[in-house]
Design a protein around this ligand. Structure first.
Ligand code: HEM
Length: 437
């Protein structure tokens, strides 16, 4: 087979050895989950997987069952897709979160391993405390003011891609709220440059966090530009890009709301009942006001459910038993919130945008619906989750109160390319907006 491909004898020997190693691995570990690779050693299934990872996961699940391994770029990624795997993913002591993300943090924000392991635990506790539900009121006032200020740049009417409109408002408003004024540039041309770097950084984040920077010149330039800007206040650079992820979810929330007339109508009635007739005046919204608008919160959570991350990861540090399989140490264990949220067993009519399903959740007690894992779970659950939900809810309130919309495109589908972070739209979604009288 190889000779026909005209490969050199040296390369042939290496390839042969790698294949023998892979076969021996499977023979020595008969209880390992089924493994998807290819005849190309090391590279494995990287090509098929990389083409459309989200679709690949679902096809692999229906062909190989609920636990399977994808071998790609010399690494083993074992996916778990049912309850038993989910439970182990969040609770097992044989899995390690820090080891799973350390390399990505180093590639993405240049924090060396030692500093990461030393500071991660403390940083996490600090963020969890500062952004917990009981502290949210400290952000609402500033965020409301910031959102109004940046919304004013849209003027009284115009046309644009909804994703861009949301981003123009949310990026600077959230960065200013979380890190204080002075980080974000203020002139229009500087804001544009800031946004371009931010977008570039985010677009290639998932590739860049997996490979050396020298392959990604533009990404590396944008990363350096951004880090320089942030190092003024962020002594230990964080790996998350909170304003990007929440601005995307805010986009999806609005897109879903605007495309379902009955949902849009109900929201406008709810807004009128709290703030009076919608209009162009800047309303001040408190946390108490947001509590009176649970339906908008349900819409936010439903958008998060439908556009949640393609996969989250843990490193297997000791062999772990899941169903009848033993997942060996060294594997990356992968859980897909995106696909778990599409299992009709947990979410009937899973593809439908149905905010009412959130009626069942005990949100007053800060609990989500069972099997909702968009923010991860267990010890490392996203510490910014309550802030994220509040921020999107607040933005939707202000935006819909101020503007009315005509939709120029159909709601785009999500791209199947993105495994990490929130799903991105496949096409533009243009809207005409106009200030309400
Ligand atoms: C809708 C928006 C968001 C989603 C869907 C989301 C989702 C996630 C997920 C899935 C994780 C990983 C959990 C795990 O692997 O077990 C995570 C971690 C994290 N998130 Fe979020 N997040 C969002 C918004 C935010 C915001 C607004 C902030 C901060 C202001 C934030 C800060 C963090 C941090 C610091 C971590 C790392 C936790 C650690 O190191 O242990 N996130 N998030």
């Amino acid at each position: 087979l190889f000779q026909n491909k005209g490969l050199s004898p040296g390369l042939l020997a290496v390839l042969g050895l790698l294949i023998v190693k892979a076969v021996l691995f499977q023979l020595r570990n008969p209880s390992c989950p089924p493994c998807i690779g290819s005849w190309i050693p090391w590279f494995g299934a990287a090509f098929q997987f990389g083409k459309a990872p989200l679709e690949f996961i679902e096809q692999a699940r229906s062909k190989h069952g609920p636990v399977f391994t994808v071998f790609a770029l010399g690494k083993r990624f074992t996916f778990v897709t049912e309850e038993e795997g989910t439970e182990a993913f969040f609770k097992s002591k044989d899995l390690n979160f820090e080891q799973a993300v350390q390399q990505a943090v180093e590639n993405a924000v240049s924090v060396p391993a030692e500093a990461f392991y030393q500071n991660h635990g403390n940083l996490y506790s600090m963020m969890k405390g500062k952004m917990g539900p009981s502290n949210l009121h400290m952000f609402t006032g500033t965020l409301c003011k910031e959102l109004h200020e940046h919304m004013a740049h849209l003027g009284t009417e115009g046309t644009g891609d909804l994703n861009d409109l949301v981003r123009h408002i949310m990026y600077p408003a959230v960065v200013n709220t979380l890190f204080g004024k002075g980080i974000c540039p203020t002139s229009q041309s500087e804001i544009k440059e800031f946004e371009e770097h931010f977008q570039k950084y985010d677009e290639d984040f998932e590739y860049a966090s997996q490979m050396p920077e020298c392959f990604l010149r533009n990404w590396s330039k944008s990363k350096k530009w951004l880090l320089k800007l942030f190092e003024k206040v962020v002594s230990d650079a964080e790996r998350t890009n909170p304003s990007e992820i929440t601005s995307k979810i805010a986009f999806w929330t609005l897109a879903f709301i605007l495309s379902y007339p009955s949902i849009y109508k109900k929201i406008m009635e709810d807004l009128a009942s709290v703030f009076g007739k919608a209009g162009k005046d800047n309303i001040e919204v408190s946390e108490e006001d947001l509590k009176k608008l649970p339906f908008i919160k349900w819409c936010t959570l439903e958008a998060i459910r439908l556009r949640s991350p393609g996969a989250i990861t843990k490193k297997v540090v000791n062999p772990i038993r899941i169903q009848n399989f033993t997942v060996p140490a060294g594997d990356m264990l992968m859980l897909s919130p995106y696909w778990l949220h599409r299992n009709p067993k947990y979410f009937p009519d899973p593809e439908m945008f149905k905010p009412d399903r959130w009626k069942e959740a005990n949100l007053e007690k800060n609990a989500f619906l069972d099997s909702f894992v968009a923010f991860g779970g267990g010890k490392h659950q996203c510490p910014g989750r309550w802030f994220a939900i509040m921020e999107i809810q607040l933005f939707v309130v202000l935006f819909l109160h101020k503007y009315e919309f005509v939709l120029l495109d159909a709601v785009p589908k999500e791209s199947p390319l993105h495994l990490v972070g929130t799903q991105q739209p496949m096409a533009p979604f243009r809207v005409q907006y106009k200030c309400r009288e």
